[in-house]
Design a binder for this molecule. Structure first.
Ligand code: NAP
Length: 266
């Protein structure tokens, strides 16, 4: 679908919603095609200045948009569905929810029968066009899938998954940003201990993480084969790596992921 034809409404434009709108504008969606809502609209002044329609009227937002994205906190979702449902035309609108833990069956219960419904789990890297967004859907055909793919492909990479994996996707993609950030911070702290100022250590870690990710993404490499390339027998890399493993490096990460997953399911 042509991005210029996309009309999109963001209901509940807070942290993630703002990242999504900024990503869409950067990707070439005209600002005039976008509508953003929240109750305290003064916080949306920068979007208004960029040409986005800003309002606290969620119904007006649905009138202006084909793709309606609900980006409120999960506990506000039912209230919003109740508010907009009467204005949703299943033949025209597409409803997308990014709320954690709200499944498509619950969304369908609050919308007219047959409304194409999507659950999307992006992450905050949408702000810089580098989100990983996992998407599942209900009652959607090729044209609706194409429209929603256009929205989230503008913000980074998209993977369509079965809905039963959506909680796992939340942990890996959305919580994953925090896991990687903590890894980065720890590596910077180590760099400072061995002589760098925080700024230089930060620059080294950022580029090293980006380089490692690019080796995997563009070079189609496997992590272990890249590790083999840099671990000289009796060398410093293998010594450091094994010391980390003795302290439970991989195990801590795997356990953290499974605990996050258990918490989400409760
Ligand atoms: N942050 C992430 O990385 C991430 C990733 C994936 C999914 N999610 C999901 O995305 C959703 C939003 O997260 P967030 O971090 O962006 O939260 P947030 O910053 O709190 O944004 C939610 C916004 O909803 C607005 N709102 C509340 N009631 C409203 C109403 N009746 N009408 C219109 N707007 C209303 C609030 O603004 P006002 O108070 O001004 O109305 C607030 O700015 C959550 O469901 C979360 O689970 C987040």
């Amino acid at each position: 679908m042509d991005k210029k034809e996309l009309t999109c409404g963001l209901i509940g434009c807070g942290n993630l919603g703002t990242a999504l709108i900024n990503g869409l504008i950067d990707a070439g969606v005209p600002a005039k095609n976008l509508t953003a809502t929240r109750r305290h609209t003064e916080a949306l002044a920068p979007l208004k200045a960029a040409g986005v329609a800003v309002t606290s009227d969620n119904r007006w937002c649905t009138e202006r948009a084909r793709v309606v994205i609900l980006s409120v906190k999960p506990y506000n979702t039912d209230l919003i569905l109740n508010e907009i449902s009467a204005g949703i035309d299943p033949k025209h609108h597409i409803v997308v929810s990014v709320a954690t833990g709200i499944d498509t069956a619950r969304l369908a219960a609050g919308l007219p029968e047959g409304t194409p419904i999507f659950r999307a789990m992006p992450n905050t890297a949408a702000d810089v066009g580098q989100s990983l967004t996992c998407i599942s859907h209900l009652h959607a055909g090729p044209s609706e899938i194409d429209a929603v793919n256009t929205v989230f492909a503008a913000l980074g990479k998209v993977i369509f998954i079965d809905e039963e994996l959506m909680d796992s996707a939340t942990v890996m993609g959305a919580c994953g940003i925090a896991f990687v950030m903590r890894f980065v911070r720890a590596m910077v702290q180590g760099g400072i201990e061995i002589g760098f100022d925080a700024r230089t250590a930060g620059a080294i870690v950022q580029q090293t993480v980006l380089g490692a990710a690019t080796l995997l993404a563009d070079g189609n490499a496997h992590p272990e084969s890249e590790i083999d390339k840099v671990t000289t027998p009796r060398g410093c890399t293998i010594a450091g790596l094994n010391e980390m493993e003795h302290h439970g490096f991989s195990s801590a990460l795997i356990k953290g992921i499974t605990v996050s997953f258990e918490k989400i399911g409760r």
